[in-house]
Design a protein around this ligand. Structure first.
Ligand SMILES: C[S@@+](CC[C@H](N)C(=O)[O-])C[C@H]1O[C@@H](n2cnc3c(N)ncnc32)[C@H](O)[C@@H]1O
Length: 332
């Protein structure tokens, strides 16, 4: 950007931010992503007015709009000089200012109401989920095995595909500088969003999207998770190829799903398309996607769980492995 363009861009950004309602909106977005109805509820202004303010902020490059089905979420833009300037401005706002305190209090109330709605949805399905859960190894055992396999080294960018209610983000986002969850269900995402807010995981966001065409950059993630998702899909191999595309060279993919089983009722009652997967089947798909399987564990095999054993596959993007071998052997 030339100096003149930068000057004009900064001026437009300052003008956009230099209005009371818009500054209040920016102060709220500094804390979390919000949609138009969150903002209308907090600010007590009409939807067209809030939308007009948001449009100006988006045009000035201060705010990004993210579509989620019929909804749109807004968040502060990042990675530009304007966003750096804005962050510096927002950090200098007085947190004890009565207007900002009132907005924050109102936002907490609005969020609480959203969390109640999300919990209602969750409750309606809880019976189904409990029924499935009773069939397989306790979540704690699966999660302990997962933690042991993933380790606790910091992760730059984490992607949880089919994030559902966001449990994997809750578990692994604390390791990550940036975490993204993708799901096709807006109801699930509402639950996940409330959960991430409760856990204070500001580095984690969730996005609406199809796992066969992930709405994320290729090669951007060093840890990708697919937890209890594959058995819903008509083409699991394609989902793994798409997941592999999101990995950085040397990045790791974790797949958790059921071992082959005979609970046919899961197809009709819970829309399972596949009755689990054999170790070799998934390893073959992982290799076909350019990954090298590096670890595998079974959880709950032979235990008191009524037959559903959980399998965990860990694989690594083979590009880095090849590069490391080459450099170890001193070949350029
Ligand atoms: C059983 S849930 C698992 C959720 C989460 N991974 C967990 O283990 O708690 C499966 C999730 O996959 C999502 N899903 C299924 N097909 C999808 C698709 N094509 N694109 C994105 N998400 C999908 C569903 O919406 C659902 O939230």
């Amino acid at each position: 950007m030339t100096d003149v363009v930068l000057f004009n861009a900064l001026l437009a950004a300052l003008r956009a931010a230099g209005e009371p309602t818009r500054l209040r909106i920016l102060a709220m977005l500094h804390r979390s992503e919000l949609n138009v109805s969150d903002l209308t509820d907090v600010l007590g202004q009409s939807q067209p007015r809030i939308s007009r303010h948001l449009k100006l902020l988006v045009e000035a490059g201060l705010v990004e709009r993210i579509r989620e089905g019929a909804w749109a979420f807004f968040r502060l833009a990042d990675g530009t000089q304007r966003s750096d300037l804005l962050a510096a401005l927002l950090e200098r706002l007085d947190g004890a200012d009565p207007i900002l305190v009132r907005d924050r209090t109102r936002l907490v109330e609005v969020r609480r109401a959203r969390a109640v709605e999300a919990a209602d949805y969750f409750r309606k399905h809880a019976e189904d989920w409990d029924r499935i859960r009773a069939l397989h190894a306790p979540d704690e055992e699966v999660e302990a095995a997962l933690r042991a396999m993933v380790g606790d080294a910091p992760v730059l960018a984490l992607l949880d595909i089919g994030t559902g209610t966001g449990r994997m983000l809750e578990l692994f986002a604390p390791l990550a500088a940036r975490a993204v969850g993708i799901d096709a269900s807006t109801e699930m995402l509402a639950v996940a969003r409330a959960r991430l807010q409760d856990a204070g995981l500001r580095q984690a966001v969730v996005r609406h999207g199809d796992l066969f065409a992930l709405p994320v950059e290729a090669g951007g993630f060093d840890l990708v998770i697919l937890h209890q998702v594959l058995h819903y899909l008509d083409d699991a191999a394609r989902a793994l190829r798409e997941a592999a595309r999101a990995l950085r060279p040397g990045g790791r993919l974790v797949v958790v799903d059921f071992a082959p089983h005979e609970h046919e009722f899961l197809r009709e009652a819970f829309a399972h398309r596949r009755l689990g997967f054999g170790r070799d089947t998934v390893e073959h798909w992982l290799q076909a996607a350019g990954l090298k399987p590096t670890d595998f564990r079974l959880v709950g095999a032979g235990g008191q769980s009524a037959g559903l054993t959980v399998s965990i596959w860990l694989a690594r993007d083979a590009r880095m492995i090849a590069d490391q071998v080459i450099s170890v052997h001193g070949v350029a």
